[in-house]
Design a protein around this ligand. Structure first.
Ligand SMILES: [Zn+2]
Length: 162
């Protein structure tokens, strides 16, 4: 595994059966980590169709970590009924640090990114235009284009304390 891609599910604050198919790990509103149906290693080879399809054009070698929520999000003023909360976000950042250690993945923008950032960097994939993650309701001062760095700094902080 050489990448971690961080998502929101665009669902409720708990994983449903479709979410469990699409991500390796899902973080609910209590900060609990749920294992998806597929293991990260299933994404080492995506040609057999048995893998977690979380990032169009970028699934191979990529761990998919999702925060459950943001159904109904349309703008920072209209976040919907399932905003990501701080407990949940911090749990996800800490878990990403554990994954970075487990798989020896560097904590930088080439290896750990949001789905939004992947789409920005890969405009010819179906990930182009993805909005996870363009807003973190629990950290409203962090601007859209700072969120990736904000998350990586959080992951570094947790990594140093593992
Ligand atoms: Zn996504």
């Amino acid at each position: 595994m050489n990448k971690i891609i961080i998502h929101w599910t665009a669902g409720t604050n708990v994983p449903n059966s479709i979410d469990l198919q699409h991500y390796h790990y899902l973080v609910d509103k209590y900060g609990r980590i749920h294992n998806g149906i597929f293991k990260p290693e299933d994404n080492e080879n995506c040609n057999d169709g048995k893998y977690a399809a979380h990032t169009g054009g970028g699934n191979t070698g990529a761990v998919g970590l999702a925060l459950c929520g943001m159904c109904g999000y349309s703008s920072p003023a209209k976040v919907g009924a399932y905003p990501l909360n701080k407990v949940q976000c911090e749990a996800a950042f800490q878990y990403a640090a554990k994954l970075a250690r487990k798989y020896n993945i560097p904590i930088n923008s080439a290896h750990i990114m949001t789905h939004y950032e992947f789409g920005q960097k890969n405009p010819k994939t179906t990930s182009a235009g993805k909005i996870d993650i363009v807003y973190l309701p629990a950290y409203p001062d962090v601007k859209q284009n700072q969120i990736g760095d904000f998350i990586r700094n959080k992951i570094r902080w947790y990594f140093e304390r593992l």
